[in-house]
Ligand binder design. Sequence first.
Ligand code: ADP
Ligand code: ASP
Ligand code: MG
Length: 454
Amino acid sequence: MDNLDIAKFGGTSVANFEAMCSSVNVVTSNKNTKLVVVSACAGVTNILVELASGSCNEAKMQELLDKLKHIHESITENLDKDVQDRCNKHIENTLEEVKNLTFEANMERSDSLTDRLVSQGELLSSYLIVEIFKKLGHKASFFDVRKVMRTDSNFGKSQPLIEVLADLAKTHLLPLLDGDEIIVTQGFIGQNSEGQTTTLGRGGSDYTASLLAEACNAKTISIWTDVPGVYTTDPRLVPHAKPIDELTYLEAAEMATFGAKILHPSTLVPAVRRRIPVFVGSSKEPEKGGTWVRAQTEYSPAYRAVALRKNQTLIVLASPKMVGASGFLAKVFTIFAKYKQSIDLVSTSEVSIAVTLDAGSNTSGISSISNDMINELREFCHVQLESNLSLVAIIGNEMSKHSGVTTKVFDAIEQFAVRMICYGASSHNLCFLVQEDSAVEALIEIHKFLLENE
Ligand code: ADP
Ligand code: ASP
Ligand code: MG
């Protein structure tokens, strides 16, 4: 299909009957939107992650299952009686499966079991929203994304197999998009080549939408969420944050990488490969417009946005042998690579190196910093870990070419104890680490200094 738009709706956009109705109206007001990707209803993935943790006693399990039943049944109570009965039966069967998987997790939790369990959230929301499309008089059908979303077996944060996905989409999905129905599918979940369910990591539905857009040769990707676009910083933390009309892929990718939760960090990768513009808007207030993310923008300000990423761990590795020696960094990075640990910030001194790691973002929520890795590092250097840190990132353009940039930033953070600074690898960002408890205050202050006085 020409001009195909793929629309993704996050948890709050499918949270209840009213939210689902607004989302359906958004879809049907654009004739090019033929493929819809949905997240689980708001709060559902968190509940499922808790059930999968392996530490829910029976009372807790029942309480969580009741919550899941309530969330989903409050949607179906708005449907015609026969449809409602069928949907409630479907919810009941799904929750029975969730219960069995929870018992299994209590015996022995695993990342593969977690993925099987949490995938039920997206499977349920997509099943139900198809009925809302129909109730509002539109043709829609359910598509199980696992037929096409082939991934590796890194449960909890799996990587898509792009070429296999493209082939499978050509066979199973593209032909459906030429019909007169709207195809509704799940974000976040996938399947490995053995047929096991996988997930792309928390917040992964945005990534699903852009992967499917690439595989289906879409012309646009629309990310519908609970705010009317990407702002200069998280508007929930900084009330003076302002919406941004347009962003380059690079700016948006930097923002997402450094914590702007509005987009999953990998979302822009397929979009950049295929130069697909990405729109971000609010499903409740589509009339407010939103942000276009594309290859180029009219305006490239030195400061575009600030972002905050919590839950950072700083690892300081020190070895007196590092003085004048070569190969220390290579050895350290080889170990990080062996444990699939991606490093964010790096800073070095004569005898030490400091790096930051993100403690989580895989579906289980369990810290991905492995003890085996730390022990292996300890075999040849002194290792010190610090947690409760937050990364604050300033995102802009050609920052290193303008004089006074650092002075202005340092003035803004004057009152905060800064644990680490990174600047220079890219002219698009300047990052620093502060204690978690002063991070929001630092964000507010920097936003005021750099983005409110123009
Ligand atoms: P969804 O469930 O729709 O994917 P998310 O909660 O993942 O929604 O992302 C939307 C949230 O991202 C917003 O409610 C907002 O609090 C947060 N956010 C963080 N940084 C930004 C930013 N720069 N601009 C807009 N929203 C942001
Ligand atoms: N439901 C998943 C989560 O809460 C994926 C997503 O919403 O993007 O992380
Ligand atoms: Mg999200």
